[in-house]
Design a binder for this molecule. Structure first.
Ligand code: 3PG
Length: 390
């Protein structure tokens, strides 16, 4: 989808909102550059069309009006310049005017330092809209935030449209959850039910198999009347878990409850792992992964699926002895013919650890935005573009 090219960009000033909010180490080195690489096609398309290109992003959560050196996009400008094979100048104090020529790309310093950005001030958004002929939102990772560069500017810019990354993300999510090839299996795992309750409820209406893992699975095991020893769980959410199980079973869908688990007596990299049948979990056991029989059953469901949505590892995969469950599901996704979509920081780390990135149908650059989409929420940055498009 070449949304930018549909506008006549020759000689036009194009303002691209990207999500270049990447992790950095203490020295400011970028430790993971997926989002920067993902921003390249939009920039290249605009440059190829002869536009004068301005790109901005937030980085971190800086204090408004107080620019600190660690808030700077300088390391990102350097990386972007390498990727584009051309200089990327960094512009400070850019709200009232940006000097940029056709064929040139400049990076506008951390937009969240501007007063009014977070609050989506109309005044700031109008000023920024005046900088450009065309506003392109390519920041899927920030689409759940209504801020001046993701929302307000889209109301006031002469033309506002989605960039290729935002369009691809929405296509992939639409394919997975809009009209999915069935059966639709979702893996929703992680430590807490509370942070994923809205997702679980929203998916309970749609999926054929709701595969739970991690602390979430422990709470569902409690709901199924099983003992989980001293495992992480939220006893106050057992009724919610029961309601979700009921909702699915009424539709003929299922929440597979583990039949075996991997236990330890402590949470540690060196902890000894013991595979146990779920009925044998002792009072002093901590469940840190699904067991091999459970993993094999779930892998079979994934193999039969038409679509798989993956958010969250099913065990403490950072420690190899508790990573087999996540690895088995990752391999099942990799070899399945299903269209698969994955998102979320831990999930991306698992994909990298098991080297399956090129075998996943689509890997989202969104963290919070991906989760809010799964929750069934409207993403404000997308909504405003739809309103503009009429
Ligand atoms: C993210 O990393 O999820 C996005 O860049 C959004 O960042 P935020 O949570 O600070 O708005």
């Amino acid at each position: 989808s070449d949304l930018i090219a549909r506008n006549q960009l020759q000689g036009k000033r194009v303002f691209i909102r990207a999500d270049l909010n990447v992790p950095q180490d203490d020295a400011g080195n970028i430790t993971e550059d997926t989002r920067i690489r993902a921003s390249v096609p939009a920039i290249q398309q605009a440059l190829a069309a002869g536009a004068a290109v301005m790109v901005t992003s937030h980085l971190g959560r800086p204090t408004e009006g107080e620019f600190k050196p660690e808030d700077s996009l300088a390391p990102i400008a350097a990386r972007l310049s390498e990727l584009l094979g051309k200089p990327v100048e960094l512009r400070q104090n850019w709200v009232d005017g940006v000097d940029v020529a056709p064929g040139q790309v400049v990076l506008l310093e951390n937009c969240r330092v501007n007063k009014g950005e977070k609050k989506n001030s109309d005044d700031l958004a109008q000023k920024m809209a005046k900088l450009c002929d065309v506003y392109v939102n390519d920041a899927f990772g920030t689409a759940h935030r209504a801020e001046a560069t993701t929302h307000g500017i889209a109301k006031f810019a002469p033309v506002a449209c989605a960039g290729p990354l935002l369009a691809a993300e929405l296509d992939a999510l639409g394919k997975a959850l809009g009209q999915p090839a069935r059966p639709l299996a979702a893996i929703v795992a992680g430590s807490k039910v509370s942070t994923k309750l809205t997702i679980l409820k929203s998916l309970a209406d749609k999926v054929d198999n709701l595969i739970v893992g991690g602390g979430i699975a422990n709470t569902f095991m409690l709901a199924a009347g099983l003992k989980i020893g001293k495992s992480l769980a939220e006893a106050d959410l057992v009724d919610e878990a029961k309601a979700i199980i009921d909702m699915l079973s009424q539709r003929g869908a299922s929440v597979p409850i583990p039949v075996d688990v991997v236990c330890a007596k402590e949470f540690a990299a060196t902890a000894a792992a013991t595979v146990k049948d779920v009925k044998d979990v002792a009072d002093d056991d901590m469940i840190l992964d699904i067991g091999p029989r459970t993993a094999a059953q779930l892998a079979e469901q994934i193999a039969k699926a038409g679509t798989v949505v993956w958010n969250g590892p099913v065990g403490v995969f950072e420690f190899d002895q508790f990573g087999e469950g996540t690895k088995t599901l990752a391999m099942a996704i990799a070899s399945s013919k299903a269209f698969s979509i994955a998102g979320g920081g831990d999930t991306l780390a698992a994909i990298a650890k098991y080297h399956i990135a090129d075998k996943v149908g689509y890997i989202s650059t969104g963290g919070g935005a991906f989760l809010e989409f799964l929750e069934g929420k409207t993403l404000p940055a997308v909504e405003v573009l739809q309103q503009r498009a009429g």
